[in-house]
Structures are given as structure tokens and as C-alpha cells.
Design a protein. Sequence first.
Length: 424
Amino acid sequence: MDTLRYGSRGTAVQYLQLALQRAGFSIALDGIFGARTLDAVRSFQQQNALSPDGIVGKRTWASLMPYLKGYTTHKIRAGDTFFALAERYGTTLRRILLANPTLDPRNLQIGTVVYIPFDFPLVPENVPYSSVLSEAVIEGLTVRYPFFTSAAVGRSVMGKPLCVLRCGRGGKEIFYNAAHHANEWLTTPVLLKFAEDYGESYASGGEIGGVLAAELFRAYSLYLLPMVNPDGVDLVTGLLHAGGYYNSALRLSQRYPEIPFPDGWKANIAGVDLNLQYPANWEEAKRIKYEQGFTSPAPRDFVGSAPLTAPESYAVYDFTRRHDFRLTLSYHSQGRLIYWKYLDYEPARSRQIVEFFGGVSGYAVEETPYASGFAGYKDWFIATFDRPGYTIEVGVGQNPLPLQQFPEIYRENLGILVGGMTQI
């Protein structure tokens, strides 16, 4: 994370402000490091035995990151109890017990490290997303809900992990992915919030979307990949704003002045459109996009030199091949649409399922337009496995969609997210 100081602006400043808010300071999430933010930083530094210089460098970021991950750790000392720790850290006994299932609260051993989840919702809905925030949230989810697990299934061009979250232990495997396209990053928190709501419902013995979470957990293994394109997302949301990769992307964008930079960027950081990389009549996708003028790396619509040459797309392909997914959802934006077919393929129950999705969401159900109908993940999944695969286009407007749309988007898609399991 960048070093921040008075006068800094941007997404990193919003993360700073979010962490300070969660630590108890009353400041706005405006992305401007002004006087009120400076005062809060100095106070935070004093409270955490840091030099109160108002500069947010490595040590200050290290003390702030627990508020983005949603938890801290504590080493047990003589006289510590879970109840006392809950009071000390302003959280609940329930959260501590849930995060530490292997510890006996009546027999805490001195020196044992205890997870202390904070008592606030983990998934933020009021700041732009990035690889840093997505990784922090996934880590926090696995601490708060240790019955969830996570793993990196591949790496981006820049070496960032493609993190998958597993929810459930059932025999039926389901896969949801989001943010193949960089400026469609608002789909990332859709999956992360669903995971948080699912975890809370399972832990409390409650329902999600009208279904008992415990029943879903027993029957299904749901795999969530919230950010397929971390480098591109970081470019669009401003965390990547200098250096060689940024400069290369900027040079690419200057060949396409009609595409706004960075807001119009869909590709990975090397200029390859990740959802045009799958071996589902890739040659036809190439012909169509070349006719449109995308014959080399570009902010969008360049199919690459061959299928699966982009490491991100290959990782998703390889991950899928190693599993037995009954159904997949690929989250994109925008249009409030559901695309469900590839050519003449119509896997069993795929029509009934998409009609259910349309009914619970209010989204229109359509077949993919011919010019966009090849080399996508959905296309390859349907053609290869003859099982239902869907592209969900959330929201309305121009990408990147504003954060203000998120609550409505999530409400509209909750039935789809639950139904992706129950309808199989």
C-alpha cells in the first residue's frame, strides 16, 4: 500500500479512512487526506505506540490492516478470559468462540494466540474494491467463519493471487466467479457479501434466501472466485497508478482515445480480454474482434494470441477442469440481464433454472448476441461439460457502476446466488 500523507487522494486514502472509522474515529470516506484525517491518523498512531507524525507508512498500515481484515490477534496472558477479551476489544463472546473452535475457553494456555474478530460487518459497501481489499476480506472471512477455507488457484500477470473461497462440504460442487473484466469490479462485493451472509446464517443456525444455511452447507461445496482480474481492477480503481505496468497500460490506451482511461479498461494488465480467452470457438471470436479493430493488446476486446495464454483465464480453466461443477455463474455488469445459452447447446434443466433466476431477480433472460457469443467462460463451460452455465449482467448504466447501486444489485441477486445451489 502507498505511503500516505496530508494532501494524498484516492482509493488508498478511502481504505485509510475506512480503517479509522472502524477504529472509532468520525471522519468521511471522501478519499481526501485532509485536516480531519490527519488528526485521526495522529491520534491512532499515539494510541498504538507509533510516532505521531501523521504519515501512513508501513508500520501504521500494519496497525490499520486488522480493521480492513476485520480481526486482530491476542496472545493469552495470565488471567485472560474470552469474556474479558471481548470487553477489551469491543467485540462479542460469540465472535471469539466462533473464530477459535479448537480452544477450550475454560483452559486457556498462556502464550496461545487467539483470533479476535471485531464486531462490525466485514464486507464494505462504500469503497471501491481492489486486490488488496478483496484479499483482506477473504482472509477475514476465513477467520470469522473457520468452516470456510480459501486458497490461491493461480496468479495474475503481476503475480497477485486468484483467491477462491470454499463454502460448504457437500458433494455437489458449484462455482461462481466475478470481475473477469476490470471495470466490472462491483461484482466482487456481490460474491463477498453473499459469503459473509452465508457464514453468519450457518453459524447462527438461520436461513439465507429462505433456505436453511445448514442444509446448503451439507449438500453443496460452493466455490467463489470474487476477482478474476486483480491487476486490471487495481488499475481501474486507482491502486495501480504508477510504475512499469501502469505506464504500459497507459501507452496501450493512447492507441484507443475513444476508450476512457482507466474507466474503460476491461482487459488484464497485459491488454488481453480475459473473457475472450476460453477454447469455445475462439477463432470466431478472433475474427469478430479483429474486424472491429482489436488486433493487438488493448483496453478491451483483444482475444490474445491464442486461447488460454492469459494466466488468469488459464487458472480459471484449470481450476474448473479439476472440479466437477454442476453449475457456474459468471458475474459481469451491466444491463440486468441473464445470458444462458451457447450456440445450440441446452444442458438439462438449464432453461428451467434460468427462468427461475429471471423470476427471483427481475432480470431479463436472453441468448447471447452473436458478436459476443464466443470464447467466454460460460460458453466453454457449457460446450465442454454440457451443464448449466450463466452470465449475470448486474446493474444499469456505464461501467464502472457507482457504488450506490450495490445494495439494490445485491438484493436482486440473492435469489440467484442461493438458487444456483438449490435448483441443481
